[in-house]
Design a protein around this ligand. Structure first.
Ligand code: ADP
Ligand code: TRP
Length: 324
């Protein structure tokens, strides 16, 4: 199966990114699929004007993917901006995308409500995402639940194009694991860079511990029984602990005498254990920036090959003459 996904370099990678998306990227890679994974730096330009910050975040996400296990020998791994065919396809899709479809975009509406300037890039964000997906003939797109609407728009645009110009695009399917679909942040809302409630993957053990201690809980006293299903710490523990330990902790919550502090400390331990190898790898890769750039260059070359085939078919299908 052809798998594709991307993450915007708009900040540092966090547990929501890992459990909602990257974990599934790795699983699909292990199963021997033909995976295309990229850093969506053109998307990030919709919400930042800081050149240094964008460059830094782009390399952070690229290094993070590699440290977590994206294997450039098995997956095509690249930067969105190394494939100019994607922006050409965006324009072509724009020309058959109803304005009303973009006006229904919840992500756009949320971002504008939060004060981001309503530029055309932000409005058109889902069409660029559709182009990312369709240009590689992607069949499966692993993402968190917040991306579901973007996948629906992509499918709509592909169907519209196929109806207007003949069968050209594969219709992709989202790949969303219900238990990982919405990972909560330290305030109990969806974990997100823009809510400032994340637990970062690449930080020190002590910062992880500190961040876990900041998870908001209710004021049930230590001795009293607690409902694990209403607790953010427990929701995160469920993602990290073995099932037997999850059950044991749930019992402790229910029987009382077990404090949130203890649960938070165990959570931090589990996070630090899980990500220790990736953190070490990250430090190594950071010292070898040329390696990361070489990997991205080679990935970009492979991605462009596929993209060029698709854009040629698309141009032919819709009557765009070229003389190259
Ligand atoms: P953020 O909301 O922090 O800006 P992104 O939009 O860059 O995160 O998300 C990158 C990927 O990680 C997407 O596939 C998204 O669905 C997934 N993701 C992000 N946050 C979460 C979360 N809290 N729960 C599940 N998946 C998430
Ligand atoms: N919009 C996605 C996010 O915020 C990032 C993204 C861009 C993406 N293009 C994509 C995800 C294509 C999947 C497929 O996380």
């Amino acid at each position: 199966m052809r798998v594709l996904s991307g993450i915007q370099p708009s900040g540092r990678l966090h547990l929501g990114n890992y459990f909602g998306a990257i974990r599934q990227y790795l699983e699909l890679q292990e199963k021997g699929n033909e995976c295309f994974y990229f850093v969506a730096n053109l998307h990030a330009l919709t919400s930042t004007r800081d050149k240094e910050e964008l460059e830094k975040a782009t390399l952070h996400v690229a290094t993070g993917y590699l440290a977590l296990g994206i294997d450039p020998e098995r997956s095509v791994f690249f930067l969105q901006s190394d494939v100019p065919q994607v922006t050409e396809l965006t324009w072509i899709l724009n020309c058959l995308c109803p304005v009303s479809m973009m006006e229904k975009g919840t992500s756009y509406k949320d971002k504008v409500a939060k004060g981001l300037p309503a530029n055309m890039g932000l409005f058109d964000y889902p069409v660029l995402q559709a182009a990312d997906i369709l240009i590689y003939n992607s069949e499966v797109v692993p993402v968190g639940a917040d991306q579901k609407q973007h996948l629906e728009m992509t499918r709509d645009l592909a169907i519209k194009f196929n109806m207007a110009y003949g069968e050209t695009f594969t219709i992709p399917e989202p790949y969303i694991i219900p238990e990982m679909a919405v990972v909560p942040g330290i305030d109990g809302q969806k974990m997100s860079k823009s809510y400032n409630n994340t637990i970062e993957i690449f930080q020190s053990d002590s910062s992880t511990k500190k961040r876990c201690s900041q998870i908001v809980t209710d004021s049930t006293p230590l001795d009293a029984p607690k409902d694990p299903e209403k607790c953010t710490v427990f929701a995160l523990l469920k993602l990290l602990a073995e099932p037997a330990e999850v059950e044991e902790i749930a019992q402790k919550y229910r029987s009382g005498g077990y404090g949130y502090g203890q649960a938070k400390a165990r959570l931090a331990e589990l996070i630090n254990e899980k990500f220790a190898p990736a953190r070490e790898k990250y430090i190594q890769l950071e010292k070898d920036k040329d390696f990361v750039r070489d990997v991205l260059r080679e990935g970009g070359r492979k991605a462009r090959q596929v993209a060029e085939e698709t854009i040629t078919r698309v141009r032919n299908a819709c009557g765009i003459l070229t003389n190259r």
